[in-house]
Design a protein around this ligand. Structure first.
Ligand code: GLA
Length: 388
């Protein structure tokens, strides 16, 4: 196991012992993720290229003999407590994720007794690297180890997605949860949401590095705009289907179908989707040929499409991308994740990483008076769990 992760499990165990007395009996962990390309494609059954990163949520658990559920959110210095079968309304968002997971899991695998747990994480929150999915996937893995070892990974990630839909009211796709569960160390995944299948490709970037720069912008509008996009593409697909019987689903759409969509905004959304899926395939090809300039150009084209056609960027993201692209040692850059804040991902020559960091940090501070944080994450294995 990753030694960094092992260290975090140990420190979280000490916290558990301090809070509950005695050691936990189950451990689970789930990483955050990056996404190289293929954005806002998951709920439209398209393609993406994610990988898990060395930032995790860890859950430690010990069953009780009564009906009480007691969970410490270590990062929040807070405890959530309720009795199974009694009404409970989670208030904070970490409580909604936790309660949502326990309830959705419990509907499938009824819990006869409660448990004690600690949830801890170091996945940056609001940066677009899926701290919420990591939390869901970690909790679900802990529950699986404790009560349903027979449950398969795909069922698990779909249950996590239901937490987003039913408890957070965001109709998100499966990108985050799938990447958190299924990733492999040192690999990128070509993920097909139509088939729900992934292929692993070598992520060796030779002289290049992926750098993430955080806008530190809170994504306040993100939830409602996200649901708006889900609705827009669904409406566009319905219209095309009603006019062309050969179209069964999103993946039958091509740019030729754009003319069948009466709303120009919905046309833009579908253009992004169709071309973004093509870019994922081209990026996979560029990666296999180690053609990093081409890969970078695809990233930049993805950003333009997300900014102009899908309209999920924001001035801070655009600024970081434009600033990165001024540098000759940056092959490409784009916003990453849901948008409206969060971070950018850029492909930068390894020997120029320091120069890149300094330039971006200075320019961003000058423009917005905000200190960006730039990270170069390791690609790690997906989620797991075990009995101690
Ligand atoms: C967020 C969602 C994902 C995905 C991305 C955009 O991270 O949670 O399901 O839609 O945005 O690609």
């Amino acid at each position: 196991m990753n030694t960094e992760l092992e260290k975090y499990i140990q420190s979280t165990s000490s916290y558990f012992e301090e809070k509950f007395g005695g050691a936990p009996t189950m451990v689970a962990y789930a990483p955050g993720r990056i996404n190289i390309i293929g954005e806002h494609t998951d709920y439209n059954l398209g393609l993406s290229m994610p990988a898990a990163i060395n930032r995790w949520v860890i859950v430690l658990l010990r069953p009780r003999t009564d009906q009480k559920v007691s969970v410490f959110g270590q990062n929040y210095h807070a405890k959530m407590e309720y009795t199974l079968g009694q009404p409970f309304t989670p208030a904070e968002s970490w409580e909604k994720y936790t309660y949502g997971c326990i309830t959705i899991f419990g509907n499938q695998y009824p819990l006869k007794q409660g448990f004690e747990a600690v949830v801890w994480g170091n996945v940056p929150i609001g940066s677009g690297v899926s701290s919420s999915a990591a939390m869901e996937v970690a909790i679900m893995n802990a529950l699986r180890v404790a009560y349903a070892p027979e449950m398969d990974d795909l069922t698990l990630v779909k249950m996590c997605q239901r937490v987003e839909h039913e408890y957070l009211k965001v109709n998100s796709g499966l990108l985050d949860q799938y990447a958190s569960q299924f990733s492999r160390e040192g690999k990128l995944m070509i993920l097909d949401f139509n088939q729900l299948r992934s292929e692993y490709v070598d992520a060796d970037m030779k002289d290049w590095a992926w750098l993430l720069a955080d806008t530190k912008v809170k994504r306040e509008l993100a939830g409602s705009k996200y649901s708006e996009r889900v609705q827009e593409t669904a409406n566009a697909l319905a219209e095309v289907k009603s006019k062309d019987a050969s179209v069964q689903g999103f993946r039958d759409l091509t740019t030729e179908h754009l003319a069948l969509i009466s709303d120009p905004v919905q046309q833009q959304r579908i253009r992004h989707l169709v071309l973004e899926n093509e870019r994922v395939l081209k990026a996979a090809e560029a990666l296999s040929q180690k053609n990093f300039e081409e890969l970078g150009a695809l990233l930049t084209a993805s950003h333009q499409s997300l900014r102009d056609d899908y309209e999920v960027s924001c001035p801070e993201l655009d600024f970081l991308v434009d600033t990165a692209l001024q540098l000759p040692y940056c092959a490409g850059s784009r916003m990453m994740g849901g948008g409206f804040g969060g971070c950018t991902i850029s492909l930068v020559r390894k020997d120029a990483v320091h120069k890149f960091n300094n330039f971006l940090t200075d320019e961003y501070a000058r423009e917005y008076d905000i200190v960006t944080e730039i990270n170069n994450y390791q690609l790690v294995d997906g989620a797991g769990g075990y009995k101690i």
